[in-house]
Each structure stands twice: as structure tokens, then as C-alpha cells.
Design a protein. Structure first.
Length: 274
């Protein structure tokens, strides 16, 4: 009888070990299966995009990091207007936008020389307030508008609340508009963003990526979310530049870098070309 009891114990032990091995294998497989499913879905979308004659630059498939930021809403920015020279200034306290008509004309023999001249001009405290805190944005600029975006310790602002615009006419510039976001602070801990690849995929999934187009650039920057209690709240978004392969027209789309939703506003006139 003892040997029968022992045999039963061995059988139960064998079944127990087999079940544990099966459970361990199943749990181990879950991340692989999930990843494989995501890869297959992504591959399928890529195939669909190719069928629609949509191409892209090389895209990163790893996310980055970003914050929710707050900027102060006041008109202290305009306090320095008195030191600006060789221009006529007006300032709208409601929109917090400074407008200037220059007493001179800025020009360059080529586009690159014009941008170089503007960069040198803006970096002078007597010409542009906090001008050295702005950087040229090829992505947001067009034939008729050269754009510089405000830089912060956490990234650039790709929203009109922090930009310099120089209208171009016949290769010359004699005016500009400026907005500036003051006292940028973090309001929520750092979070991971979706990747460039995911942002473009989402754009296509939401039918915001036209057929016969090419994605020229995908850059991360901060966009205005809302304004509350004297502060502008900013969050990171992917700014995606799209070119129509037939007309060469340019469109700019934005995707929320935290949740992947498409932001329904435009940063550029889709009828303009770079």
C-alpha cells in the first residue's frame, strides 16, 4: 500500500510541476505576443501607407520625455519696449503680441543670407526683446514668413504664444511680430512621450495623412493647452511636416505627444510652399 501511496504522490507532483511550467511559459510569452501583435499591426499600417503612396523620413521608434509646463500671463514683457531702436512699436495687451515697423529694410541675396541677417538682427537687445532666446524654425517657416521659436530649458515652443514672425515680401523684411512666454515652470513630473513612428502612424490612422504625400520632418515642441488662473499651460506635441508629392504644397499637423491624439489646428497655410 505504501508504494501505491508513493506513486500517487509522484503523479500529483508531476502534474503540479507540469502546470507550473505551463503557467510560467504562458506568462513569459505574454510580452512577446503583445510585442509581436503590435509589430504586426505597425507592419500592416506601413503596408497600407505604401499602397497609398505615402513615404516618410527615417523615424525613431523610441519615445522621448516631456512635461506639462506653465508660463506666466502678464504684460511685463512689454516693459522693455522703450529701449528698442529704429522702429515703431505697438503692443496689444489682450493678445500680448508686439508689432513693429522697422525704419530700415533687412534683405539678403539668398534665403540663407536673409536668415543669417535676421539672426544677427534679433540677437541685439536694441532690436528684439530677449531675441537671443529664439531660434530659426525651418519647419514652421514658409516663403512668405520666416519664423523663430522661443527656446526654454525644457524644449522649444511651437505655439504662437512664443514666436517671432518676419513677413517676407520680394525678398525683403521691414516688420515683425513677437510673442514671449515668461517664467516657464514645471507643473507635473516628467512623462514619456510616444515615438515619432507612433505619431505618424496615429496621423495616418485618423485619416490626417493624405495619399501621395511625404513626411519631411517630425519634431517635438510645446503647444498651448489652455489658460487658467493667470498661467498658460503647455504640453509636448509632435509637429509633422507633410509635402504633397504632386503639388509640392506643405501642410503641418500636430499630434499630442502624451496621448497620441491629433490636434486639430494648423501651423501653416497648406497652400504655401517652403
Amino acid at each position: 500500500m505504501r508504494w501505491i501511496s508513493k506513486k500517487i504522490e509522484l503523479i500529483f507532483l508531476g502534474v503540479f510541476v507540469a502546470i507550473n511550467i505551463f503557467l510560467f511559459y504562458t506568462i513569459w510569452q505574454i510580452p512577446y505576443l503583445s510585442q509581436n501583435k503590435a509589430t504586426n499591426t505597425e507592419s500592416s499600417i506601413r503596408t497600407e501607407m505604401a499602397a497609398d503612396n505615402i513615404t516618410t523620413i527615417s523615424l525613431e521608434d523610441d519615445g522621448e520625455e516631456g512635461y506639462y509646463l506653465a508660463g506666466k500671463v502678464d504684460n511685463d514683457f512689454a516693459d522693455g519696449i522703450g529701449k528698442l531702436q529704429d522702429q515703431r512699436i505697438s503692443y496689444d495687451q489682450t493678445t500680448r503680441v508686439l508689432s513693429s515697423r522697422l525704419n530700415m529694410v533687412i534683405k539678403g541675396a539668398t534665403r540663407s543670407k536673409l536668415i543669417s541677417a535676421l539672426t544677427k538682427y534679433k540677437d541685439s537687445d536694441n532690436h528684439i526683446l530677449f531675441g537671443d532666446e529664439y531660434a530659426y524654425s525651418k519647419q514652421l517657416s514658409s516663403d512668405h514668413d520666416i519664423v523663430f521659436v522661443q527656446l526654454t530649458d525644457y524644449g522649444k515652443i511651437i505655439d504662437p504664444v512664443g514666436q517671432l514672425h518676419f513677413p517676407v515680401k520680394d525678398g525683403e523684411i521691414n516688420s515683425y511680430t513677437q510673442s514671449y512666454q515668461e517664467e516657464i515652470t514645471i507643473v507635473r513630473e516628467k512623462q514619456e512621450t510616444i515615438s515619432q513612428e507612433q505619431a505618424v502612424t496615429n496621423l495616418y490612422t485618423y485619416s490626417e495623412l493624405p495619399n501621395d504625400s511625404k513626411v519631411l520632418a517630425v519634431e517635438l515642441g510645446y503647444t498651448k493647452l489652455t489658460q487658467v488662473k493667470g498661467s498658460v499651460i503647455l504640453f509636448p506635441s509632435w509637429v509633422i511636416t507633410i509635402e504633397n508629392k504632386n503639388t509640392k504644397n506643405i501642410q503641418i499637423k500636430k499630434v499630442n505627444a502624451f496621448n497620441g491624439t491629433v490636434i486639430n489646428d494648423s501651423l501653416a497655410d497648406p497652400t504655401e510652399t517652403k
